[in-house]
Design a binder for this molecule. Sequence first.
Ligand code: GRF
Length: 206
Amino acid sequence: MRLLVLVSGGGTNLQAIIDSVNRGDITNTEIVGVISNNYGVYSLERAEKAGIKNEVLSPKDFADRAAFNNAFVKKLDEYEPDLIVLAGFLVVIPEVVINKYEGKIINIHPSLIPSFCGTGYYGLKVHKAALERGVKVSGATVHFVDAGTDTGPIILQKAVYVQDGDTPETLQRRIMEEAEWKILPEAINLIANGKVVYTKTDDYSN
Ligand code: GRF
């Protein structure tokens, strides 16, 4: 399976994928590239150190969103990916990409969908909202990407306990360590070995 990873930041999830491929926990898989929408992020260095082709495709370098989206599809096509993983990728995936790659894009979200997901729920905001609501359990979800925000079919979820005194930062870290870095590689391995079949679900967002 040709795996393409899209990133925006530090890339700890990317690292978990790289390590899992190297350890043989993910089989039948070659990471063919890493694309970041931001310059200078540590993800690119992680890819470089692992000998993986990496590059930046930034919306800022294009006249408008349409021009970026056009370049985005062309760039993805170049890699001929079987699976595209959004590993902390903060750009909204344009419809043209969804249509072309539906069933071949997965995302990791740092909560138990359908809680604390959808528009505006990204990064620390997710964990802040969970703590404000007073939930005792949160976690992470790997799901296929469809036209909605965090609405695609769920592949794997893992629960993580909230602890007394948690801040958004401590909860984020625990969810990464205990859930994200485990279920994202696990989902990739399942897909690489034909254990997960994509079927459209109803739109639960309404
Ligand atoms: C993770 O919390 C992920 O769930 C979210 O963005 C963060 C990415 O972190 N979508 P990293 O770049 O993989 O370290």
